[in-house]
Design a protein around this ligand. Structure first.
Ligand code: AMP
Ligand code: ZN
Ligand code: FE
Ligand code: FE
Length: 291
């Protein structure tokens, strides 16, 4: 069984619509795919509905923007009830923060001689309820300022580059608590990717695991080299954390990590299912009713 637990559609910063993503998952030979858009559940009903048509089981997920001591941390939530009031309120706050910083980033771009007309950015944002840096990167590509997203981030948009403006994200412990409180399973995405090893040291992961706040960590991810994967797998074993592997697929936006390039074991998915059931969450189905 091939299981990919981390993907993005055009409802956040991917390029496939939720239904297209599920069709692509079938074509990539996946049996199970989780849609985990940034800070929104908006694409889930469409993705789940597309599953039976192509024989793919679609799981309900999200990737929540969190922070620990000013450093960005992404948390995957599996099986959260989308109507949980506390989680929904925090996600709305995060989305407002994403959109609220856009004018400042556009002003920075103009200052560096790269004006981005609003209609160009709007076209890139499309159906997404909130703007991400990848949308700004795509607008810069369209306008010929950079060749691709990698150049846009490395030169201009990354956290330590001149165009970057910070935004609100949920404090890490709060994000974990909200996800679990909504019936979900909380897994830190790419914990040691992009040089983040010092920001989430084993001692912190251990205290979160001991407090029962953290269910698992993403181990197999394209931002982790072989040595990091080995260290994270050892750590997950020691702390009793679930270890997942996923593509973090974004469609055409990032072509170096196709659907199913990393996968998660069946026994790990079984654990996730059991915990969601125990917590009264909702991993599958559409509309108001649980399936
Ligand atoms: P934002 O949500 O606006 O903070 O942007 C975060 C998104 O940008 C995530 O989807 C990341 O995958 C992507 N991203 C962050 N840093 C980089 C980078 N250095 N290169 C390419 N994509 C990046
Ligand atoms: Zn993304
Ligand atoms: Fe992420
Ligand atoms: Fe992601």
């Amino acid at each position: 069984m091939r299981i990919d637990l981390h993907t993005h559609s055009s409802v956040s910063d991917g390029t496939d619509s939720p239904a297209e993503l599920v069709v692509a998952a079938a074509a990539a030979g996946l049996d199970v795919v989780a849609l985990s858009d940034h800070d929104t559940f908006d694409g889930l009903d469409e993705a789940v509905a597309a599953g039976p048509r192509v024989g793919v089981r679609v799981l309900r997920a999200l990737e929540m923007s969190a922070q620990h001591q000013w450093d960005s941390v992404h948390v995957l939530g599996y099986g959260c009830r989308a109507d949980d009031p506390a989680l929904a309120a925090e996600l709305a706050r995060v989305r407002e923060g994403r959109n609220g910083r856009v004018p400042a980033m556009l002003a920075n771009l103009a200052r560096y001689g790269m004006p981005v007309p609003p209609e160009v950015l709007e076209r890139q944002v499309g159906a997404s309820p909130s703007v991400g840096r990848p949308h700004i990167a795509d607008a810069m590509i369209e306008l010929g300022y950079v060749a691709d997203r990698t150049e846009a981030f490395d030169t201009w948009l990354a956290d330590d580059r001149p165009i970057f403006v910070g935004r609100y994200a949920a404090p890490l412990r709060r994000a974990l608590e909200l996800i679990q409180g909504a019936g979900g399973v909380a897994i830190i995405a790419h914990p040691w990717g992009r040089g983040r090893r010092e920001q989430l040291p084993p001692s912190l992961l251990e205290s979160l695991a001991d407090a029962g706040r953290l269910d698992g960590i993403e181990v197999d991810h394209q931002d982790h080299d072989a040595a990091i994967r080995t260290d994270l797998r050892t750590l997950a074993d020691r702390l009793g954390l679930l270890a997942t592997g996923s593509s973090d697929y974004h469609g055409l936006g990032k072509t170096d990590h196709g659907l199913g390039c990393n996968t998660t074991g069946e026994e790990v998915l079984a654990q996730i299912e059991a915990r969601v059931a125990e917590r009264g969450g909702r991993l599958t189905g559409t509309g108001a009713a649980s399936v």
